[in-house]
Design a protein around this ligand. Structure first.
Ligand code: F6R
Ligand code: MG
Ligand code: MG
Length: 365
């Protein structure tokens, strides 16, 4: 049975400030998707949130880039925005860049990731959702899962994985992508994906033109809008087991809270903290950036789950380390590398300050 798993996400208003989604907004989204399920537009759905981002997880048989599904997600966000307006939540409609839907949600503001695949005899998937960071945050994670044998022993000892994977890497500025085969082209690939704000892993496959094994949202909201509208707060889907990385191999990279871009005002580096669903509420300095892991078994498209994978003492040390690193980074205050370099900040007052000081710069020759 060919199933499409679609995750569409947007920040349509925060509670309080940019820290969480309001329960009534989530209920509104569930009502809309329940109606669509009754009308057989969807097989199943789940509404989840990470920080101020609302994530619609949907399964159906209509394939990727389907107008009806995209319109359903769009209309759901519009309804949720109305609820957010009524509650006077913060930043109402923040990620919706237009009033009108025109066939596809691409370019309209919300992030989305879709995968069409033949549902296997058993189909475990893990969906990661993050807040206060950008899609480049996944580069390190996806590399560890699919290309690092110290993380994923299956790459060495499972004959089904020993040949490696194909990575499609997107240049977010040029809107072009390039395919790398690992392990053969690992070093070439790292030259690119180490530059996390310019190149993002779009998807990973076992055969070059085969089904996706992993895929992520790769939109850059700030580029779309041509102005600051918040960090992209990305989603990553990874299919697990039986020739794909095991669930434990997929979760393993999060033992290390690596530094990502985002945090306060989308302009700082901080550690990515793996948390249970109920702790996905950025607080200190609007962070630190959070990630949740929702696991599902698919049963003919039905979403059996979610399992809250980071609700586990095995990740307590990672959270402790994240707190230590957050403290260390914060101590830098307005200095790099805590604060991002100028061209990577979401907004800056540099042009105004420079203008004010015009004429005061003297030749130092
Ligand atoms: C970062 C984020 C927050 C806001 C900050 C200022 O992605 O969402 O850190 O940037 O709270 O928000 P405004 O400008 O809305 O007051
Ligand atoms: Mg917000
Ligand atoms: Mg957010």
């Amino acid at each position: 049975m060919k199933i499409t798993l679609s995750v569409v996400k947007a920040d349509i208003g925060g509670y309080v400030g940019h820290s969480a989604s309001h329960p009534e907004v989530k209920e509104k989204a569930a009502d809309e998707l329940e109606r669509a399920k009754k009308q057989k537009k969807l097989i199943d759905y789940k509404v989840l949130s990470c920080g101020d981002d609302l994530n619609l997880v949907m399964t159906h048989e209509k394939g990727e880039d389907n107008e009806e599904i995209h319109e359903l997600a769009w209309n759901t966000f519009l309804e949720c925005t109305e609820k957010a307006r009524e509650l006077k939540l913060y930043g109402v409609g923040q990620d919706l860049l237009t009033e009108t839907f025109s066939g596809n949600i691409k370019g309209l503001g919300p992030g989305f990731v879709e995968m069409e695949f033949e549902e296997r005899e058993s189909e475990p998937v893990v969906i990661f959702m993050a807040d206060k960071t950008s899609p480049g945050a996944w580069n390190f994670i996806v590399y560890k899962i699919f290309a690092d044998p110290f993380n994923t022993p299956g790459l060495v000892i499972d004959p089904a994985m020993h040949d490696g994977f194909y990575f499609n890497v997107l240049d977010v500025y040029e809107d072009k992508f390039v395919t790398f085969k690992t392990p053969e082209e690992l070093y070439d690939m790292l030259v690119f994906i180490g530059t996390t704000e310019h190149y993002c892993v779009k998807d990973v496959r076992k055969e070059e033109d085969g089904e996706k094994v992993a895929a992520s949202t790769t939109q850059k909201l700030n580029l779309l809008a041509g102005r600051y509208v918040g960090k992209d707060d990305p989603v990553l889907i990874v299919r697990a087991q039986h020739g794909f990385p095991a669930v434990g191999e997929i979760l393993e990279p999060f033992h290390f809270p690596h530094l990502v871009e985002g945090w306060m005002r989308g302009s700082h580096r901080g550690p990515l903290m793996a948390v249970p669903f109920e702790k996905a509420t950025p607080s200190r300095f609007d962070g630190p950036p959070r990630v949740i892991a929702a696991g599902f078994q698919l049963a003919n498209g039905k979403l059996i789950g979610p399992r809250d994978h980071f609700d586990d003492p095995a990740f307590d040390m990672a959270r402790e380390k994240a707190n230590e690193v957050a403290d260390y980074m914060r101590t830098h205050g307005p200095f790099e590398p805590h604060r991002l370099p100028l061209d990577e900040m979401e907004y800056t007052t540099l042009p105004q300050v420079k203008k004010k000081l015009e004429g005061r710069f003297k030749s130092a020759k």
